[in-house]
Design a protein around this ligand. Structure first.
Ligand code: TXA
Ligand code: MG
Length: 340
């Protein structure tokens, strides 16, 4: 199958999106931009379409999908009840990078939720995603549009690199704003639980509804030692070929960075350093980020760039745990081989 990249913005005339909408309505699978990362979308209520998504991505069948909607009315079709805390969060953060987990209605097929009795729902804020949802009138189930195990795509070209010839269309809406996936909060139980930190920060959520619980796997010292409630969080993800190493903020010092880089140099390795400060080291690629929001925006982009440029090591340092730092550290730790 030939994969066509279609540039779309808010001014693109409707007929140009028509072919993509037809594919969605007929049970096919396409890729589209959201404000977080690119999604691989199909009709969430059509089990055949959802089965295709798993096949295209090479995704394990026990890992449920997020259903994307454009209106509050669509939510009521999918879920049993909308608790008060969810109402408050929807009011403040939808459309936007927050996914909420609800008890599902029967209309949602088992393949979409991997047999769970809950469904993950989000209303994206990307204007092209919203256009696609409205124009197709399809509730779109969409995981990130990478092959399973690769970093999530933040450009149409990333999607093309992973999935060309497997899907008919990739809508190109430019680079994703947030750069990391949505935050996932479980509001299906007695008290809200954070399953995946992402584009909306924990602090923003707590400002809105008060203290929340963290899924224990998020706090585990060793990644993978506790079973996370979001099945997807148990997989090693986001990994470039290069070995990712994290120097935690409290251990980052001129001395530490220098000694690590000297070691790489002796081995003749190609090294990318991603730091907030200018350390006096000489490596193949030195990238500075001004703050954690910018690092989140660029992290997966750097991972893919490192692969293109055949880096052996990616050394990341100075990341604070606050705000978006907490989300970006979650992704870095899942990719990292060594944490200092
Ligand atoms: O920003 C995002 O959320 C992007 C864009 C495309 O919207 N999507 C995304 O999807 O990141 P994906 O499939 O890569 O990650 C979805 C995560 C997985 O870890 C999955 O296990 C979890 O959500 N999830 C989905 N439904 C769930 C459910 N019913 N219970 C627990 N976890 C669920
Ligand atoms: Mg993903």
């Amino acid at each position: 199958m030939e994969t066509q990249i279609i540039p779309v913005d808010t001014d693109t005339p409707e007929p140009q999106l028509k072919a993509v909408c037809d594919v969605l309505r007929e049970g096919g699978v396409i890729a589209f931009p959201t404000e977080t990362v690119y999604g691989l979308g199909g009709d969430a209520l059509n089990p055949d379409a959802v089965t295709k998504i798993y096949a295209v991505k090479g995704r394990p069948a026990d890992n449920p999908l997020i259903v994307h909607i454009h209106s509050r009315l669509q939510l009521t079709r999918l879920v049993e009840t909308v608790p008060v805390v969810a109402e408050k969060l929807i009011e403040r953060f939808w459309p936007g990078p927050l996914t909420l987990l609800f008890k599902k209605q029967k209309i949602v097929p088992d393949v979409t939720t991997a047999g769970l009795d809950t469904v993950a729902v989000r209303m994206p804020s990307h204007p092209v995603a919203l256009r696609l949802l409205r124009q197709s009138d399809v509730l779109i189930a969409a995981p990130s549009a990478n092959s399973s195990g690769k970093p999530s795509p933040t450009t149409a070209q990333h999607v093309y690199a992973d999935l060309s010839s497997k899907i008919p269309f990739i809508i190109d809406g430019g680079r994703c704003d947030v750069g990391l996936e949505s935050t996932i909060l479980d509001v299906s139980g007695a008290s809200p639980v954070l399953l995946r930190p992402g584009g909306v920060t924990r602090e923003q959520i707590e400002e809105t509804i008060g203290p929340i619980t963290l899924d224990p796997s998020l706090e585990a010292k060793e990644m993978g030692s506790l079973k996370p409630k979001a099945p997807g969080m148990k997989y090693k993800h986001y990994s470039p070929h290069a070995t990712v190493e994290l120097v935690e903020e409290q251990h980052s010092s001129e001395e530490k960075i220098l000694s690590l880089c000297q070691g790489y140099q002796r081995e003749g390795l190609r090294v990318m350093v991603i730091a907030k400060k200018r350390y006096g080291v000489s490596v193949t690629d030195y990238t500075m980020y001004p703050d954690e929001t910018e690092l989140a925006h660029d992290l997966f982009f750097y991972f893919r760039k490192a692969d293109d440029e055949k880096m052996d090591r990616i050394l990341i340092t100075d990341v604070s745990e606050k705000g978006m730092g907490y989300s970006v550290l979650n992704r870095i730790k899942k990719a990292a081989k060594h944490i200092y």
